[in-house]
Design a protein around this ligand. Structure first.
Ligand code: BG6
Length: 507
């Protein structure tokens, strides 16, 4: 049994340590990280010998930082603040002013760490959380190494969580991996993807590999195709500066979407040990065949929203958003058909679509099974039989639904589609969570299963880069090509219609 598997040891506390958050004045810290630590404290999963240092440029001091974090946690933790739990955490929260590229400031941090280690008896373990601009990941890690802060010994560990985006293409992702590995060993690097913090995404592994009835039909013989939709109703919401350089493809596909594909398509791992799981995920990513330029033109669709109404809100065109180029060629919608070239999935298309300003916020994976070979029922031609579908709702209504045909009551034979549904909330209630609890907890335990390994990131970019190249070379002449509040450009529907298929209706 891997000593670090929290599934097998549900109540084990994280190791004694200090967490240093670089970029502590940002949104992530206040909305996710500190509230997630609070939720972990509430579950008694944090060690007593524990401290958190928020590190950022502003001069705010520990008292003010604590005050702000209290207010933010009350807002974002998902439940009313329990004063006892908060006080426990607050007494371990510190703030250190500093620049990320100034050696003197890092030297001060090093002194602070030594003091806190002594005060909280954290045993020398430190988790560095890089919630900074991506171009600072390398310099920060190098700065830490320069002060000896990344070196481990038998007695103490040093780990770094690296936020996304991890590179902006294959070459930059490789460079970043190389740069990080000059200062850190792969086992010290935790590349975070917040999709793996979602319960339903983690449940994919449990659903597939702890039940006997699905795996025998989880292959090309029984599955017709797989659809993945990640739809958002919001536009870019003040993130124009970042988004206009990124676009939907880079923002969502090589990371979140490929995590979902790899968990749906992977072979059973030999154990739940981190590298056993990640080996199988990496194999799926390697089997996603990179497209030729012709295939890119045929199998991918890009879109950009114009004005419209989504979820009751009037949205301006993407090109009118703050910090977006008024002639922007950046896509806010992507649809794609991907093939997985391996024994299990050959010939089973994986269709994905992701976009902003769509009609509904919903993320789901649908596995559509093949139709029965012929229809026994009079007047029910095989074309009219609905295929069975297994729908995994990732958010917002987490659950799983299986659809099948049933006889409509009455003297005549007619078939209607019906469904069996499992809803997380009905069975387990709604636990307050930010989605970062499990990931932070695993990092404290040294379990890398839910973090991306260097090769996984690089394989993801290998698939996405040829698409980027073609899109970059050819200006999208028809942008904007969908109105906010619709399901993307017409071409996204044609992508499936060409194969005699359609996107699952989500309205
Ligand atoms: C982020 C992207 O990684 O994921 C955002 O940068 C996107 O553009 C977000 O909105 C979606 O996350 P979630 O958890 O709301 O589905």
């Amino acid at each position: 049994m891997p000593a670090s598997d929290p599934v097998l040891e549900p109540s084990r506390k994280g190791d004694p340590c200090i967490i240093v958050i670089f970029g502590a004045s940002g949104d992530l810290t206040k909305r996710k990280l500190i509230p997630a630590l609070y939720n972990l404290a509430k579950e008694k999963l944090l060690p007593d010998n524990f401290a958190v240092v928020g590190y950022a440029r502003r001069e705010i001091g520990t008292e003010k930082f604590r005050e702000r974090m209290r207010a933010d946690t009350a807002e974002y933790a998902g439940s009313q603040l329990d004063p006892e739990v908060w006080n426990w955490l607050e007494s371990r929260l510190y703030y250190q002013r500093g620049d990320l590229q100034t050696a003197g400031d890092f030297a001060d941090l090093s002194k602070t760490l030594a003091e806190l280690e002594d005060r909280h008896k954290t045993g020398g373990n430190v988790l560095f959380y890089l919630a900074t601009a991506p171009d600072l990941f390398g310099p920060v890690v190098r700065g830490l190494e320069g002060l000896g802060l990344t070196s481990e010994s038998d007695k103490r560990w040093r780990r770094a969580i690296v936020e996304k985006p991890f590179g902006h293409d294959l070459a930059s992702a490789r460079d970043l991996n190389r740069e990080l590995r000059k200062s850190l060993d792969e086992k010290q690097i935790y590349r975070i993807d917040h999709y793996l913090g979602k319960e339903t995404v983690q449940n994919l592994l449990v659903f597939r590999f702890s039940n006997g009835i699905f795996e025998p039909i989880w292959n090309r013989r029984y599955v017709d195709h797989v659809q993945i939709t990640v739809a958002e109703t919001l536009g870019v919401e003040g993130r124009g500066g970042y988004y206009d350089h990124s676009g939907a493809l880079r923002d969502m596909v090589p990371n979140h979407i490929f995590q979902l594909i790899s968990l749906v398509a992977m072979e059973p791992p030999i154990s739940f040990e981190a590298d056993a799981v990640r080996d199988e995920q990496a194999k799926v990513l390697r089997a996603l065949s990179p497209m030729t330029p012709e295939q890119v033109l045929q199998n991918t669709v890009r879109g950009q929203y114009g004005a419209g109404t989504s979820a009751g809100r009037q949205l301006s065109p993407y090109r009118a958003e703050a910090n977006v180029n008024p002639q922007s060629n950046t896509e806010t919608f992507v649809a794609m058909k991907l093939d997985i070239d391996n024994w299990r999935w050959k010939g089973v298309p994986f269709y994905l679509r992701v976009g902003k300003a769509l009609p509904k916020r919903v993320s789901e994976i649908t596995v559509t099974f093949r139709k029965p070979p012929f229809s026994l029922f009079r007047h029910t031609p095989i074309d009219n039989l609905e295929p069975n579908q297994l729908v995994i709702n990732v958010q917002p209504d987490e659950g799983i639904k299986l659809t099948f045909g049933a006889k409509r009551p009455g003297p005549t034979m007619s078939i209607g589609p019906v469904g069996m549904r499992f809803s997380y909330e009905d069975y387990f209630g709604r636990a307050p969570a930010t989605g970062y609890e499990r990931l932070l907890y695993d990092a404290l335990l040294g379990d890398q299963t839910l973090f991306q390994r260097a090769d996984m990131v690089e394989w993801g970019w290998t698939v996405v880069s040829p698409v980027q190249d073609v899109w970059h070379a050819l200006t999208a002449r028809d942008f904007p090509n969908y109105s906010a509040g619709t399901w993307g450009p017409k071409a996204a529907h044609e992508l499936l219609a060409r194969d005699g298929r359609a996107w699952r209706k989500l309205d």
